[in-house]
Design a binder for this molecule. Sequence first.
Ligand SMILES: [Zn+2]
Length: 451
Amino acid sequence: MKFYIKITPMKKGLLLLLLLILGTSCSYAYELVLPREKKSISNSDYAFFVGKAHNGEAILINDTRVYTASNGAFAHSVKLKNGENRIVIRSSYNTQIYKIYKEASAVQPEDKICDFETKTAVVKNDNVPLRSTPENYGTNRIAHLFRDTSVLINGSKKDFYRVFLSKDKTAWIAKKDIEFTKNSTPAEFINMDGKRFKNAAVQMISFTKNLPYTVEVKEKEIIFRIYNPELSETSVYSINVPKPEKYTYKVSLEDGVYTFKVSAVPDDIKDCTIVIDAGHGGSEKGAVGCLRDEEKDVNLRIALELQELLKQAGANVIMTRECDGTISLGDRVKIAKENNANIFISIHLNSIGDIPMNIYKNKGTSIYHFNPNSKELAEILEKSVTKSAGTRKDGVRTAGFYVISPSDYVGILVEAAYMTNPADSVLYRSESFAKNVAEGIAEGIKEYLNR
Ligand SMILES: [Zn+2]
């Protein structure tokens, strides 16, 4: 006997109602922002689950109950084992299964330094990092060499050549930035000259060709050294320039003439040029939060509030962007250099962070700087921003981010909060957050200038 249901108009109504309930209940279920794919291959030790739960919905990830903030934001990390990992995300409304295949990390053989006879070469690109170790990371940079600088190379390791500077100093440079030359003659010293201005000291030194240099910041002075190892292993020219308490410095090189300029940062904010850099923008969204908010928008809101406050204080304020547009890192730095910025503030919000076993612990405001001239402002801003915005102190750190690398200005990158932290998401989505962060930054800058 065939069994069938005869749908009467009343039953039809009930069925529609049932479908409607089932349909809407799906939209009550949690949404995951990360991971983006249900099936993926990974070589990390942890997988991150970031998303939004519906009001009161309990989320279980592999049977661990996950904390959700008042707005539903949640974040969780799962340790991956080699091979296939099956991760079940469950609530009373929905169950989703993610499959992440972790590749066993192959043990890399240790690369050895290869020594060879000294060869002459030139730097073939602009702004090439000279590093203290043969590794590509931000904080081992000791100078940025100019195109056509003559160098001596006497060894290599992996992607780097060793540069011979003097009998007690070597450094490293990326192979891709070097071109070997056949004939070379040692550079000759031409002359040296210095000028003093009210707020700056300028020293010039010239040679018959471009030579490598390094910078060392001491307590009371800055030492610029130029090396002419082709002439002799001990041919080093040192220029010591007195260091003001708050300072910036600029190195330029043209046709063998080095100019080192050390400037004092004005005490009065009315004499200061401050560049505000809202991170990312346009097609570059930056980090994405638990509730799918985009970092670029939060950055811009803070930047616009800060613009207002610093203008009111009388500073000359320049914005790298005032709307949602794409702008390269190079152009951001160019704007600051062309306007002779004294201070550069880049505004960001953080993402996953560096505590992978428990991403929930990555929380609060972190302040980054690169050159020693920016450390003092970084320390002041950590206090003033966390106080004003109500965020946790996540630390002052040194990092070689591109926009804060130049020593031409006091450069700071503020990570106001974590986009992926559930509790932070309640804060940064609140109406007063942008204003509070901006007030913290503005107050910090004033305190730094008044010291
Ligand atoms: Zn960012």
